[in-house]
Design a protein around this ligand. Sequence first.
Ligand SMILES: [Cu+2]
Length: 153
Amino acid sequence: MSHPRFRTGLLAALLGVLLPVLPASAEMDLVVSDAWVREAPPGATVLAGYLKITNRGTAHATVSGVSAADFSSVEIHRTVMENGMARMLSAEQLEIPAGESFVLEPGGYHLMLFNPARPLAAGDSVELLLHVRDGACLAVDAPVARMTLDQHP
Ligand SMILES: [Cu+2]
């Protein structure tokens, strides 16, 4: 029978070995919320995705890219108005200062998801992988939803 104190000591010893393996990085401080993918007509080759990234840490974080197993590629885009026309520009990465949030939403920054590997309709969900510059990877579940103004202002 092991003594409780011995168990505590053993646990501490185990944690001492395991903790350094965990990424002590910005990944732990980044929280993704409100992720969703806009439903597109059947056969569409590109869909748009939105989400909010909050940096709860004390260090600046950079999301250097996004990938998803359900799509051939994912790009970060920004919609800008030029002479009354909406135009999309590529963004290399997303910068999230410590303590701040970065919102991807209709009319602004968004994800472009190319060539869905399966039909996607409202009610389905896809997994997005956010690649943080320090090498960490954040997985987020994004439901497919119809665009409605009251749901997604
Ligand atoms: Cu776009």
